[in-house]
Write a protein that binds this ligand. Structure first.
Ligand code: MSP
Length: 518
């Protein structure tokens, strides 16, 4: 993590060969919640996502559909962008690897490797899985030469390739991982990579002959070859950072000075299936061009049904993304974030979804509606002129808990802390019994204090829940008379006294899901 308050955060760029699914959504929502939380906490954030548009997988899918690869990518990039709009994703940039700027940065990167003597030519013999876009050696393969990752058939290839001297960076990489215990989190993934690095690291094939694959970025030093799609894709993080300006002469391209750009990235977020590319290929490539490596890698787990990765097989389970139609975006975001401890796998069940949804309605929604309606009933809809500091200590403690959990990416714990504060505020209502205070004129001052405290705590909750429920918290801020959701700092500093509040529909209404009656 950088200590200058800036955070550059990335998701993987998704293959433009298929539709956005729950796996993509989970990674992206997790990144969004981190980005929003950091902004709420006063940091300057650059949040990047996008689409991975070259390689054999795209070329073959386009051929199957009888369209040009770029036409397929245009359509799919728009599908991803639309999915992120409906899921309230607040990325700052959506990068596509077919953009001219990216193509130029990839070429500058490869040229630099070439100039530094980091690349050589050789014959590659082995097996290739198009679905995973990666090579395997015979000993890795399953029965009938199946890919050990996805089980699909692999193809034997023998061809001229260019290789990056990845093996020469093995020791430097191991040293980096050992000296920076938090560089890969969670620890189970760090150990996995250290285990992998106990075997000799091979050099990395970084090109494909155009005779086999046309859809890629042409190598700057051999126009009969294109860049390997993973190398092309990883470089997206550098392109978007603005560190390399390929329009400038090579000597001025900023390889030695990344100041003024977002590089190095603070956090590369991804699922555990693609950690080797991010923790081994990418940092060694960066070492090869002489750039600093990314500051941290976070690998999350999978949503599973039984023991199958959910994106592979949904079976007859309801796609949680479809729950948006009945319950709204914020409810889906809340479920996915509250239910899965970052880094572990989790099983999706509609029953758990309903339980989590009820928590939103019964605790947070209920607090908001009773607080605002009591201010309406007892004080004509205006927050009383009282300090409202009755729960300030609990608010401060919750902010600290949430911040600490978020620093460790324990999003589910930060959200649990926020929900606990809402529970505490409901308990405060029960203790203070405003309906009794209202009956006794001598308790008018106490009632003012109760209502002002509830309004002030709601404001804090609004700031705390914004990262996961930006839509509904926007509504809540409006009901409290504000133009937008306050940051954590503003929530503490804003004075709600004498402000009018407005009642509205329940934030998280009771819903009879269309499938529950089946
Ligand atoms: N294009 C590459 C990434 C290149 S990054 C330089 C790629 N794309 S992908 O379309 O396959 O998306 C992968 C992302 O989706 C990973 O973060 C992966 O973990 C996530 N998921 C896919 N299925 C998943 C689940 N069932 N559960 C959670 N996330 C999973 O790989």
């Amino acid at each position: 993590m950088s200590d200058d308050g800036r955070r550059y955060l990335t998701t993987p760029i998704y293959y433009a060969s298929g539709e956005p699914h729950l796996g993509h959504a989970y990674t992206t929502i997790l990144a969004d919640v981190l980005a929003r939380f950091w902004r709420q906490d006063g940091r300057d954030v650059f949040f990047l996502t996008g689409t991975d548009e070259h390689g054999q997988k795209i070329q073959e899918e386009a051929a199957r559909r009888g369209v040009e690869p770029l036409a397929l990518c245009d359509e799919m990039a728009e599908r991803f962008a639309a999915a992120w709009r409906t899921l309230s994703i607040s990325h700052d940039r959506f990068i596509r690897t077919t953009e001219p700027e990216h193509v130029a940065v990839v070429q500058a990167f490869l040229q630099r490797l070439w100039d530094r003597g980091e690349i050589y030519e050789d014959t590659y013999r082995g097996w290739y899985c198009v679905h995973e876009e990666r090579y395997w050696t015979a000993k890795d393969l399953g029965p009938d030469n199946a890919c050990p990752d996805c089980g699909r058939p692999t193809r034997h290839v023998e061809e001229k390739n260019y290789f990056f001297k990845m093996s020469t960076y093995q020791d430097a990489l191991v040293r980096h991982i050992r000296e920076n215990p938090d560089w890969i989190v969670p620890e189970v993934r760090r150990n996995e990579i250290l285990g992998f690095l106990q075997n000799p690291l091979e050099d990395l094939s970084i090109s494909r002959p155009k005779s086999r694959l046309r859809w890629g970025i042409t190598l700057p030093f051999d126009e009969d070859h294109v860049a390997y799609v993973w190398v092309d894709a990883l470089i997206n993080y550098l392109t978007a950072s603005g560190a390399i300006d390929p329009s400038r002469p090579p000597a001025e391209q900023g390889w030695d000075d990344v100041s003024g750009s977002w590089w190095p990235a603070d956090l590369h977020l991804m699922g555990k299936d693609i950690i080797t590319t991010h923790a081994v290929y990418w940092p060694t490539l960066l070492m090869g061009v002489g750039l600093p490596v990314q500051r941290q890698i976070l690998a999350h787990g999978w949503w599973v049904v039984g023991d199958t990765k959910m994106s592979k097989s949904l079976g007859n389970v309801i796609d949680p993304l479809a729950l948006r139609d009945d319950f709204g975006t914020d409810a889906v975001r809340w479920y996915l974030m509250r239910e899965m401890p970052t880094g572990s796998d989790a099983s999706y069940t509609p029953e758990r979804f309903l339980t989590r949804y009820d928590e939103l309605g019964n605790v947070l929604g209920n607090l908001a509606s009773r607080a605002i309606s009591m201010i309406g009933k007892y004080r004509d809809g205006v927050v009383p002129d009282a300090s409202g500091t009755g729960l300030d200590a609990q608010v401060a403690e919750t902010f600290a808990r949430a911040r600490e959990a978020m620093e460790q990416y324990k999003v589910h714990e930060a959200l649990a802390a926020a929900m606990d504060l809402a529970r505490t505020a409901n308990g405060y209502v029960e203790d203070r019994q405003p309906w009794s205070q209202a009956k006794d004129p001598s308790q008018a001052g106490d009632l003012d204090e109760t209502l002002a405290t509830l309004a002030r705590t709601l404001l804090a909750l609004c700031a705390l829940f914004e990262p996961v429920a930006p839509g509904r918290m926007g509504d809540l801020a409006g009901r409290l008379g504000l133009d937008g959701v306050p940051t954590l700092e503003q929530a503490r500093a804003t004075d709600l006294r004498r402000r009018p509040v407005t009642k509205g529909d329940p934030l998280f209404p009771r819903i009879e899901p269309s499938w529950a009656s089946d």
